[in-house]
Ligand binder design. Sequence first.
Ligand code: DCP
Ligand code: MG
Length: 369
Amino acid sequence: APKAAPVNEVSQYACQRRTTVENNNRIFTDAFEVLAENYEFNEIEGRCLAFRRAASVLKSLPWAVRSVGATLDLPCLGEHTTAVMKEILQYGRSFEVEKILSDERCQTLKLFTSVFGVGPKTAEKWYRRGLRSFSDVLAQPGIHLNRMQQSGFLHYGDISRAVSKAEARAVGNIIDEAVHVITPNAILALTGGFRRGKDFGHDVDFIVTTTELGKEKNLLISVIESLKKQGLLLFSDYQASTFDISKLPSHRFEAMDHFAKCFLILRLEGSRVEGGLQRAQADGRGWRAVRVDLVSPPADRFAFTMLGWTGSRMFERDLRRFARLERQMLLDNHALYDKTKKEFLTAATEKDIFDHLGLEYIEPWQRNA
Ligand code: DCP
Ligand code: MG
């Protein structure tokens, strides 16, 4: 097997680094994220990834970078990222970042993509038509908003505001009650950013399934039905499973998994939240809208789904890259395949998957890469 990174050396793979929510280098990583997003808007994927990788490496450091010299032994830092760090160390800010932040196109694309259901393609299309604000979009004749985008605009104020841990817990209780009424064999698990120990999130992610193989097929439909009956469902986009057990894990990283899933907007009553809602609603109502994602894999794929949905995105990307390049294995949210042995490797827990890959186990709260 290829040799592991020596002690104290920072690995180029995020899945070999322990990254908590504590970030000692936020001044640099915030700047890198602005640059990465700008490259993303301009579809320059290589540079976008380079800045995200550099940010991820700095996030893993238990110390704050105080000079460029201190970063010489770190992986994933190139000429451009180093120049930006130098600027920030010298002037306290990066002029390149400030130029992007004041750029009208970048500001507009950021505004439009902040709406649930609006991706970079749609944002670009609207920008090209001369639209610059939400009122421009909503007043423009001939613009068709799909159902998701309509809900995105309708609940914009609520869902653009971060969800707190207490709010996430309250959502968990609602889903828990709903699934356990449907089946006593239900499995409900928090995943995504809140499982990594984040204090705030843009949504709340759960895995919802049952110990009876096959019974997960219609589970989400019943959960959605129950939420609707209780008057808690503001929006639902359900995608049925297209999972095929014989398929090899996907080579493409950005491809979504094939399990049944739903993207929801739920009505969360303040009375259900310990300590009340994060912030009083401007219009005096006692509830807020919250984005919730549910995914429903067959129970024997639970560990792969959990590993895939816990994130972070960079951690996921590097798990797969490590598997492919260092182990000749293919990993995705459904399965792990050993190309040398030509066989699928099973896993009951996330730990099993790390073991198959010959990786030290990284706790969920250490995956904030
Ligand atoms: N995920 C992924 N690839 C995608 C979408 C999601 O690997 N294209 C995984 C990694 C994410 C997890 O799913 O961590 C949940 O997705 P979110 O967008 O909800 O991200 P987080 O929960 O990490 O952050 P946030 O606090 O913004 O919700
Ligand atoms: Mg999330």
